[in-house]
Write a protein that binds this ligand. Structure first.
Ligand code: HEM
Length: 82
């Protein structure tokens, strides 16, 4: 069993919340770059136990540049000296 699973869970929660709060994920410009959305067909290795998605692209758009720059500036102030 993973000794860090609870920490990992909280870290991933925080990371995803930050990404989705700051950015809007949009479809790729070229439709052939879109992710495969079928749970079996998306897997690069058909026989693997875990999923490693085939390569795909997405676009990212900043939701609110002023707030994003504020959040990033706050992080730099808190962690810049580390
Ligand atoms: C997304 C993040 C993580 C994933 C996907 C992950 C996944 C795993 C997996 C699959 C195992 C093997 C479990 C088994 O043998 O049944 C494992 C073991 C372990 N993980 Fe993680 N882990 C993550 C984060 C962390 C973190 C953040 C820490 C520590 C801060 C950590 C510490 C450990 C330790 C010490 C073991 C060995 C436990 C043992 O064999 O007694 N892991 N992890």
């Amino acid at each position: 069993m993973c000794a860090g699973s609870h920490l990992a869970n909280r870290e991933l929660y925080t990371a995803f919340i930050r990404i989705f709060s700051a950015l809007r994920i949009v479809a790729p410009k070229n439709p052939t770059d879109a992710p495969v959305l079928d749970a079996l067909e998306c897997n690069r290795h058909k026989t693997s136990l875990t999923t490693e998605p085939k390569e795909f692209k997405v676009g990212v758009r900043v939701r609110d540049r002023g707030r994003l720059e504020g959040w990033m500036g706050g992080s730099e102030r808190r962690a810049g000296g580390l």
